[in-house]
Design a protein around this ligand. Structure first.
Ligand code: ADP
Length: 272
């Protein structure tokens, strides 16, 4: 029987804000295997971050539930680490101290904290930068530290919300390759939200494509491209075929979200 790490079961989320009620997520269900790399793609505002925040335990679903190893998630926990798009390092702490931060909370002895931080610094290729402050690091380096900080707690699941969204194209490609190396070395289960079609294909075992708001899963595409992958796979015919299909699906949703099908003279896609 297929092993399940995460089970997202009919999760709905309605926000009641000052602007009124927003249905962010319609009934959304999917299962993630241990060690799977899932990418989540969809138009802006379709509920991608909401899914991650529900899995992180930062947001309660309006209905439905998320199970991890069969246990209902009821709040945040060290078994799930998060990396955001915006740089979330503490500017007053060094690289080493930033990575050790989460371990301070869990009461790990000083020597062990130092060794763990060193181990992850090495994994992300920042040995020698331990005493630098974030202000002296490039955007890519900051995100590498953020990844190391999330990993230092040894979470089973890594939740990544457009972590490379603010980086230039060149740095982004390098970060994608680095993340795959880290994933292969650590065997974490990863849920990775992105806007970028190539990024979703390059990284993922499966791509979950979401509908425009209220979001739900529109289609799941398996990425049958062998691993380990390097940036050259982006030129392969099978990569380009997946890209073509994904772009079509995303375009349908973006047109729906922007409400421009009449202007573009396109049929409205029914049933989603
Ligand atoms: P995405 O990550 O796909 O861009 P989000 O999950 O951030 O989308 O948001 C989905 C929808 O829910 C958006 O319309 C957003 O404005 C709304 N939303 C998200 N968080 C809140 C909140 N805390 N209060 C009110 N509305 C929210």
């Amino acid at each position: 029987m297929k092993q399940i790490k995460l089970s997202i079961e009919e999760v709905c989320k309605v926000f009641n804000g000052s602007q009124g009620t927003v249905e962010a997520l319609q009934s959304t269900s999917f299962k993630v295997s241990p060690g799977e790399f899932v990418t989540i793609l969809g138009p802006s505002g379709c509920g991608k971050s909401t899914i991650l925040r529900v899995v992180a335990g930062l947001v309660n679903p309006s209905s439905g539930e998320v199970l991890m190893d069969g246990q209902k998630i009821i709040g945040p926990g060290p078994d799930r680490g998060m990396v955001f798009q915006s740089y979330t390092l503490f500017p007053w702490l060094t690289v080493q101290e930033n990575i050790e931060f989460g371990l301070n909370l869990s009461g790990v002895p000083a020597k062990q904290k130092k060794d763990t931080a060193r181990q992850y610094l090495q994994l992300i290729g920042l040995t020698g930068f331990e005493n630098n402050y974030p202000v002296n690091l490039s955007g890519g380096m900051k995100q590498r530290v953020a990844i190391a900080r999330a990993l230092a707690n040894n979470p089973e699941v890594l939740l990544m919300d457009e972590p490379f969204g603010a980086l230039d194209a060149q740095t982004r490609t390098i970060m994608q390759e680095l993340l795959l190396k880290v994933w292969e070395a650590t065997k974490k289960t990863i849920l990775f939200v992105t806007h970028d079609v190539e990024e979703a294909i390059f990284l993922g075992d499966n791509i979950y494509i979401m509908t425009a708001r209220p979001g739900k899963i529109k289609e799941v595409i398996s990425v049958d491209i062998p691993r380990p992958r390097s940036y050259e796979v982006k030129e392969l015919p099978e990569f380009l075929a997946i890209k073509h299909r994904v772009l079509q699906l995303i375009r349908e949703e973006s047109i729906k979200a922007a409400e421009v099908s009449d202007i573009l003279g396109l049929p409205v896609v029914a049933g989603h």
